[in-house]
Write a protein that binds this ligand. Sequence first.
Ligand code: MV4
Length: 525
Amino acid sequence: MFRKILIANRGEIAVRIIRACQEMGIATVAVFSDADERALHVALADEAAHIGPPPPRESYLRGERILQVAQARGCDAIHPGYGFLSENADFADAVSAAGLTFIGPGAHAMRVMGSKTSARAAMQAAGVPIVPGYQESQSDADLLEAAQVIGFPLLVKATAGGGGKGMRIIHALAELPHALESARREALNAFGDDRIYLEKLIAHPHHIEFQVFADHHGNAVHLFERECSVQRRHQKIIEETPSPLLDDTLRWRMGEAAVAAVCAVGYTNAGTLEFLVDAQRNFYFLEMNTRLQVEHPITEAVTGVDLVKLQIRVAAGEPLPFTQADLSQRGHAIECRIYAEDPANNFLPAIGKVLTAVEPVGPGVRVDAGVTIGDEVTLHYDPMIAKLIVLGEHRQDAIGKMLWALRHYVILGDVVTNIAFLRQVLSHPRFQAGDTTTDFVDEMVGGRDWRLEIGESVVASPSFPISQSPNLDFAVAVAALAEIVQNAPPSSTVDMVADGDPFSPWRQSSGFRLGSVGGGGKPAR
Ligand code: MV4
């Protein structure tokens, strides 16, 4: 087993990986930019190395420099986390060439999957269903002819793409020439590669992904699906497993396809097969993510497998400790991503200092946070503050648990969070019914089918007058801030009510947490 691992990442995922290493008795080296000198991942690691200024290009994306640090500190392996260098095949090659282990797939599989068209070709050869499309030529004449065969609406996509960049929707042939030109320009700008291909548009799809794992001894399994349709602008907001859409038959068929895909490209370590599932429950391979995903904890929750430890063990050459038949889904898990963004202001990042945070704790509740009290959420990196994960007995139980946890998650400071918005999504009839296609959040937001309570989206600070806020969570939260941060009794004018929850500790007039706060239990709203 490895003795020392460098974690080439920051934030919650760096913290998550350090935790796994600590549990395994492996020493850790963190890397940090100027913006992260006092970050949680730096404090938790055994060692830390400064790698440059805040912009990722000058720090977390500097593969050579990070590799030098790993060698200088005597590391045997590098874990890239997600984002940054995690899907960079050249970096994986450089790590191996230096005699260290890249904790992730081999560079060959990363390259095949990195090109969306070579991935499609590999999947087609493996018998995995792909969306009908055309990728055989870059000439406008050929593409126009192919478009008429595919039919409309269709999508122009970037070969080097992912995340929707360079994607154009075409409703009629006349739109195609202009769309080809603008898609090529955008793709060249974003990826340095202007190649494009065509795909039939799958309308109102579910986005369902399968977690896969393969070792270096020829064993490959899937660890079931994650329903990721609740997203906005290609940013996932809520993920859950099992997917309300799948039955055992479809789950089995998609799982078989996912494992076939893994075997076809000689994949090793953790990966994710993304599928679109249409209204008729046809499924199509979309792309493969050759890394650990943000939403991996929900899979951990229902399967009982620690995916990060398994990544480390498999990278060290150990065989998978289970077969497909040993794996099952137990219960229902949901993840909410807590972002420093303001739903009332077009979801723009609302960054700044976190003055205090009170995380929900209880049976089946997990918080993966990369930010702690006193930390700053900056514009240099993703504005995700934390991931809140719950495991319930079944879907309704998990929803109830998540709503409870969101009501008891207090984040105060300059940041505005999407916590109140997440509660509204979870309470929405379509989410409650499991009817979440990729258009759901846009339709909910665009149709004003939601409402933010006044006070929930304002900048929370100790100076904001509590008496002017009709929002009770907010008032209670500021009261908590007053007590915890200022260590002084808050205003007795605060009504100690907690969002209608009669068993909330916020409600108690003495004892737990807010013992010194007076006031009675006036009924909520
Ligand atoms: C599609 C599609 C419908 N039909 N392809 C968006 C990002 C990129 N990874 C692929 N994407 C899509 N490809 C066909 N043929 C719809 C999307 C899509 C989407 C996919 C997954 C999750 C969220 C999405 C949001 C909008 C569009």
